[in-house]
Design a protein around this ligand. Structure first.
Ligand code: RIB
Length: 310
């Protein structure tokens, strides 16, 4: 069992507006509520894994603005190793204006800011920390070269790598992800990244297999209310959906990946780890915010017991 996890990637300040509806172009609409929170797909993954009890280290960049020290302090407060958090002079921290509708669905803009400065050299500087990890988690809110470099490092060193290809980047070069262990898109990301349809189960499987043929070990496609599918070269496993009443879906994908890495590290078999991660992500959407919505192990146990009784 190795409970050490490393995250190479992004952090953001989330500027969350809870809206009744999106304004049309040129229109001004009053919204009922606003909150500032800590987010970024990378930091969210890190916090989810740490909250569940993993030892987490984060390799990321912050700006030298008012948000940089706050982001660093938040990672510290969550028990995350910030040795490899670099402050970039003359650069703003990443921010994400987010709009959450009454049904819990969200729309997100990201401004990468300092995240854009995270470089392969930052990964090399953290090599000792990364080598000690059972898994390295990645997303696409940093430069693609940094992602390719980290995947190659993981493959060379025999460390499990898990990539959430969000936000989907049309220039992502699948050939340079050869050796990646887990690729976890949603349906629309899978369609964009493969150029293949994903409008049926058979199409999703075919699109996922096109990635496996190019050197990726496992593809986990999240399908919203229909759960998820794990697709390998010779097997398709259904991860059952978990029914909840959504309040705010922001960060659910990050909760899924961060908790999946945690459960894998505790020694759970991969399909069981995915099932448990689906429950963790579902619980997160019953609460507002991203990192604020991530449960402790005790809260997860209570949720799992209630699910078992239902
Ligand atoms: O996945 C949710 C996250 O996407 C938010 O926290 C926001 O910062 C963006 O990175």
């Amino acid at each position: 069992m190795n409970r050490k996890i490393a995250v190479v990637g992004s952090n953001m300040m989330d500027l969350v507006t809870y809206i009744d509806r999106m304004p049309a172009k040129g229109e001004t609409v009053e919204a009922p509520d606003f909150a500032i929170g800590f987010g970024g797909k990378g930091a969210n993954q890190a916090v989810a894994a740490a909250r569940l009890g993993s030892q987490v280290a984060m390799v990321t960049c912050v700006g030298d603005d008012v948000f940089g020290p706050q982001v660093r302090a938040n990672l510290d407060a969550n028990g995350i190793d910030t040795t490899h958090v670099r402050t970039v002079a003359g650069t703003a921290s990443g921010v994400a204006p987010i709009f959450v509708e009454p049904d819990g669905e969200n729309a997100i803009l990201i401004v990468k800011g300092a995240n854009g400065a995270l470089a392969p050299s930052d990964v090399d500087a953290a090599a000792g920390t990364l080598r000690a990890a059972s898994a390295i988690l990645l997303q696409l809110e940093v430069e693609l070269e940094t992602v390719y470099h980290t995947v190659a490092f993981g493959a060379r060193e025999g460390i499990t790598t898990i990539l959430n290809p969000a936000p989907a980047h049309p220039d992502l070069d699948i050939a340079r992800l050869a050796g990646l262990d887990w690729f976890c898109p949603n349906e629309s990301e899978l369609a964009l990244l493969t150029g293949l349809p994903t409008d049926s189960d058979a199409a999703v499987i075919a699109a996922a297999r096109s990635l496996i043929e190019r050197g990726i070990g496992n593809v986990v496609v999240t399908l919203g209310g229909r759960g998820a599918r794990r697709i390998t070269a010779d097997c398709v496993t259904e991860i059952a959906p978990v029914a909840v009443s959504p309040v705010d879906t922001t960060g659910a994908g990050d909760a899924f990946i961060g908790s999946f890495a945690h459960f894998l590290g505790t020694g759970l078999e991969a399909n069981d780890a995915l099932g448990r991660a689906a429950c963790y992500a579902a619980l997160s959407i019953t609460r507002r915010g991203t990192q604020t919505s991530y449960a402790t192990p005790q809260e997860l146990d209570t949720f799992l017991s209630a699910q078992a009784r239902a």
